[in-house]
Design a binder for this molecule. Structure first.
Ligand SMILES: [Zn+2]
Ligand SMILES: [Zn+2]
Length: 338
């Protein structure tokens, strides 16, 4: 089978690999689609260094069970995965904080994932509830968004909201946040440099969109009488994005640095200014089992529109072009398929 292998920083290759062999309790997933995640791009760039290459990346998958050696899993079931395989017994795991477990194996991160025709889900993952089964009514084109949507829902639960919110970045994550904040009844502003992404944000209900020019930022400040209640930064949190977040949040407002940061990026704060600005600074990352369950439910209810989000499909054999497309931010979401 063809697979996209992360070999080391700046080195990705398409390889022919054997179909994974199962041992007792494992199941085999045939991949239908797998989304390219910003974290995989960051790992390839070297901004994120906790992957364990060589590894087949890919954790936003939609697939079907084609072989099962687990008594609870049937061939033909449609699935995606909770890609954080954790110990399942420590205090963190017992409290649905699996991401802080000390024994995590990440699918597409430490063990082979979904940028391949087939993926093995180990028995341990099935036994700890990390195989997510879904009804046939959810098409692959939506199922692949379950995991990133779970990340957004986790952040929605953690963030402090009042009436207005600014989403920084209208990539796949920003456009899911746009829909979720509108559903929550919030006046939603989207700040995004690319015109085509602003257009999609407007289609999906954003009240106003802005580019990142000083005039646009000033317009947003005017419109909100000094700033929004909440900023969710769903783009790379480099120095200019951090500065932008502080320009558009009101005094006393909340900033959630959801996006990844370039390696070595720091947040420097004058503590006295911070104190009197009263800002609530926070970060949200990844998902919980509960937020993935909530994402699954929203997909069943067809509560969100994913149609404008999935813009580019590449065969796994053209995986390098797929990564290039995603890195260049062409379209919104780039996915690969067998
Ligand atoms: Zn992801
Ligand atoms: Zn654990």
């Amino acid at each position: 089978m063809k697979a996209i292998v992360f070999e080391k920083i700046q080195q990705l290759s398409i390889q022919d690999k054997p179909i994974p062999a199962l041992t007792e309790g494992d199941v085999l997933i045939q991949t239908e689609l797998c989304g390219i995640c910003a974290s995989d791009l960051a790992a390839l760039r070297g901004d994120v260094v906790d992957y364990a290459p060589p590894v087949v990346m890919g954790h936003e998958l939609a697939g079907v069970i084609v072989d099962s050696r687990h008594p609870d899993v049937k061939v033909g079931e449609r699935v995606t995965v909770n890609p954080m395989l954790s110990c399942g017994v420590c205090t963190e795991c017992q409290n649905d904080l699996d991401k802080y477990c000390k024994n995590i194996e990440g699918i597409g991160h430490d063990i082979d994932g979904g940028y391949a025709e087939y993926m093995r889900m180990p028995k341990h993952g099935v036994d700890t509830g990390k195989l997510i089964r879904v009804p046939d009514s959810i098409p692959s084109e939506e199922l692949l968004f379950l995991e990133p949507l779970g990340c957004c829902l986790n952040a929605m639960q953690e963030t402090l909201f009042k009436d207005s919110v600014a989403i920084l970045g209208a990539g796949p994550i920003g456009l899911m946040f746009t829909q979720l904040t509108k559903r929550a009844g919030l006046t939603t502003y989207v700040v995004e440099p690319q015109a085509h992404r602003r257009g999609v944000a407007e289609t999906l209900g954003a009240d106003h969109t802005f580019d990142t020019s000083p005039e646009s930022v000033a317009h947003l400040q005017d419109l909100t009488h000094g700033g929004v209640d909440t900023v969710i930064s769903s783009t790379t949190n480099n120095a200019s994005v951090i500065a932008l977040a502080f320009k558009i949040v009101r005094r006393g407002g909340c900033v959630n640095f959801f996006g990844l940061a370039p390696e070595g990026e720091e947040l420097r704060i004058n503590l006295e200014e911070f104190h009197y600005a009263g800002h609530k600074l926070m970060a949200s990352w990844a998902f919980s089992r509960a937020s993935l369950a909530a994402a699954r439910q929203l997909l069943i209810e067809k509560a969100l529109n994913f149609e404008p989000l999935l813009t580019h499909r590449f065969p796994i054999a053209d995986g390098l072009a797929a990564f290039e497309n995603a890195a260049a931010q062409r379209g919104i979401k780039t996915v690969v398929h067998p």
